[in-house]
Design a binder for this molecule. Structure first.
Ligand code: KG4
Ligand code: ZN
Length: 346
């Protein structure tokens, strides 16, 4: 089965074609980051307007890349949430219209299920069951994954998501947008031992997270270490980045180990934009090797938003006969554990 995937939940237009026999046939991404940079964050109205302009040319492009015609597609999967309402509607409206015109099924896909399954696009995919750490700009969740669609939430952030904490800290340090990857590259030049950030909620039982306190800690460091004008020297900025990143990575690692032990599992999947962070990947790999456990993640371009993960997740469900109706679904808030295993029309 050959599925076109359309991802427009935030500030990236991602389009891909996944074939259940041949794997990923084409994948294109258009990032709007430059458009939002001057505002320091995503402007929803600008995002949806840009998706409208980019989505069809990108679809044409992936069809060309894969040497396919529209009529070679067997289904269309689109991100229906969580995400920005206007942006979701762009992908949903186009996917549904194409399904109507081509007379093929359409499926509304959960964005975080797309992230969660993305490591399965790699050569050595994890087998079920496993623990998933979902770390993106909007979510930080630990999930017990029994199989596709059978998810049990074990813990989540009570305030900022991990990616959001990266972005807000980067903004405070004047690093620009999008902050996560910039902060991570500054951290490579820093000494993480110079400033000892707290490891929130690690000294009590449970699998929830809280990252908002790290912002206050950073704000205080900036005022204590800045010059009279408030500016930090370059090395101090790098050291704060390194200390912050180490605290987030350490906290996530402690909770992942705890979740694996509590659920008696030995496979961990990390997914979502923050899973692209190399320090997190390395730290988890060494912590888990001590437990005889394994960590799985997608290549970096499939950790951040992309169309391949939506085409893949949609294909898995469509193979089981699942499809959505012609009424466009756009659900800005949609909990992952409300999903069901692949099934019929919904
Ligand atoms: O999954 P994603 O692309 O979009 C959402 O669904 O939110 O995740 C984006 C988030 C942003 O907060 C971004 O700063 C963060 O992932 N991110 C990173 C890195 N790359 C992206 N955070 C830390 N280190 C990175 N290398
Ligand atoms: Zn995402």
């Amino acid at each position: 089965m050959r599925v076109l995937g359309i991802e427009t939940s935030c500030d990236e237009t991602g389009i891909a074609i996944y074939d259940s026999d041949r794997g990923l046939l084409a994948n294109r991404l258009y990032s709007q980051a430059h458009l939002h940079a001057e505002y320091g964050g995503v402007v929803p109205e600008l995002a949806s307007r840009d998706h409208v302009r980019k989505v069809l040319p990108l679809i044409q492009q992936v069809l060309e890349d894969a040497s396919l015609k529209k009529s070679d597609l067997h289904g269309i999967a689109y991100t229906a949430g969580p995400g920005l309402m206007g942006s979701l509607f762009v992908g949903g409206a186009l996917a549904t219209s194409m399904s109507f015109a081509l007379n093929i099924p359409v499926l509304a896909v959960h964005h975080m299920e797309g992230h969660l399954l993305a490591p399965m696009l790699e050569a050595e995919p994890p087998s079920f069951p496993f623990i998933a750490l979902l770390v993106s700009g909007g979510h930080t969740q630990l999930v017990h994954v029994e199989r596709i669609g059978q998810y049990r939430l074990l813990g989540e952030s009570l305030d900022d998501a991990a990616g959001e904490a990266f972005d807000k800290t980067a903004k405070m340090l004047g690093l620009g947008y999008p902050g996560g990857p910039i902060l991570a590259s500054m951290a490579e030049k820093g000494d993480w031992k110079r400033f000892r950030f707290p490891r929130p909620m690690t000294n009590r039982p449970g699998l929830d997270f809280s990252f908002s306190g790290l912002k206050t800690f950073t704000r205080n460091l900036i005022s204590q270490n800045g010059s009279e004008g408030g500016a930090l020297d370059q090395q101090t900025t790098c050291d704060i980045c390194a200390g912050f990143q180490e605290a987030v990575v350490d906290t996530l690692t402690i909770k992942c180990v705890r979740a694996l032990e509590a659920e008696s599992l030995s496979r961990l999947v990390i997914a979502g934009g923050v899973a692209a962070n190399t320090r997190l990947r390395d730290n988890l790999r060494s912590a888990l090797s001590r437990l005889d456990a394994e960590v799985f993640y997608a290549r970096q371009e499939f950790c951040t938003d992309n169309g391949a993960m939506i085409a893949f997740a949609g294909c898995q469900r469509m193979l089981a006969g699942e499809q959505s109706g012609l009424a466009v679904m756009a659900t800005p808030r949609w909990s992952l554990d409300s999903l069901q295993p692949p099934g019929e029309i919904r």
